[in-house]
Design a protein around this ligand. Structure first.
Ligand SMILES: O=C(O)c1ccccc1N[C@@H]1O[C@H](COP(=O)(O)O)[C@@H](O)[C@H]1O
Length: 236
């Protein structure tokens, strides 16, 4: 176990879709464990390689760096990995278990595979990935006609996750915000959470206050997490 996975007992918080230094700093200062940089041209959070490598340099050593891509080809993954040097690849498209394994082996990087959930049968899609990824992310399936496969600010029935143990770390996303994250963690039983829309004042525009409120609410959602975070701050 390495990096943030060594601290999963306190619950991890990932803030995704950061694209400015100000909002990145807000996430880091609030204590986010992971920051997400989006490489998907259709997304309002899409960043260039140059912007991403600058933001990653600022975050390195303070939070784990996650780059999100959607069915990216080899050339794009290669370009992202060599420019940004992320800790994680978040694969948010239709990447197969074999593709996850291939990218993990080729780049020596941790893989977080996102799976869209709307009904109980969707949970079964996770099993083939377990041996090939370092984390699974359960997100809401996109609404009909949506341009983005994620980052739509919609949630799903968290009861579908209750009691789930796949033998690989899990993360929850989809329509979370400071008001709902506590309930999502309690009902779904997954402590590690990811947010994008719920910390935005307008689509694609991150808000420093909402970021702070989300991290605080996510910490309150996990028993003992707030005091663990304070303890880590004292010993840093
Ligand atoms: O954030 C995006 O723009 C995005 C684009 C393409 C795929 C996934 C994307 N974001 C991920 O979607 C989920 C849920 O986000 P939200 O909080 O409901 O807006 C999250 O895991 C983001 O990493």
């Amino acid at each position: 176990m390495s990096g943030v996975d060594a601290m999963t007992t306190r619950g991890l918080v990932k803030i995704c879709g950061l694209s400015t230094e100000e909002t990145l700093d807000a996430a880091l200062e609030a204590g986010a464990d992971m920051i997400g940089l989006v490489f998907f041209e259709k997304s309002p959070r899409n960043v260039s390689l140059e912007a991403a490598s600058r933001l990653a340099a600022r975050a390195r050593g303070r939070a784990e760096i996650v780059v999100l891509s959607v069915d990216a080809d080899d050339a794009l993954v290669e370009a992202i990995v060599s420019a940004v040097r992320p800790d994680w690849l978040q694969l948010h498209g239709h990447e197969s278990p074999a593709r996850c394994a291939e990218l993990k082996a080729r780049h020596g990087i941790r893989i977080m595979k996102a799976l869209g959930i709307s009904a109980a049968e969707d949970i079964a899609t996770a099993a083939p990935y377990v041996a090939h990824v370092d984390r699974l992310l359960f997100d809401a399936k996109p609404p009909k006609g949506a341009v983005l496969p994620g980052g739509n600010g919609v949630s799903f029935d968290w009861r579908l996750l209750k009691g789930l143990d796949l033998g690989v770390p899990l993360m929850l996303s989809g329509g979370l915000d400071a008001a709902t994250v506590g309930e999502a963690v309690r009902i779904g039983g997954i402590r590690d959470v990811d947010v994008s829309s719920g910390v935005e004042s307008a689509r694609g525009v991150k808000d420093t206050e909402l970021i702070r409120a989300f991290v605080a609410a996510a910490r309150r959602a996990v028993p003992g997490a707030a005091s663990d975070a304070a303890e880590q701050g004292r010993s840093a």
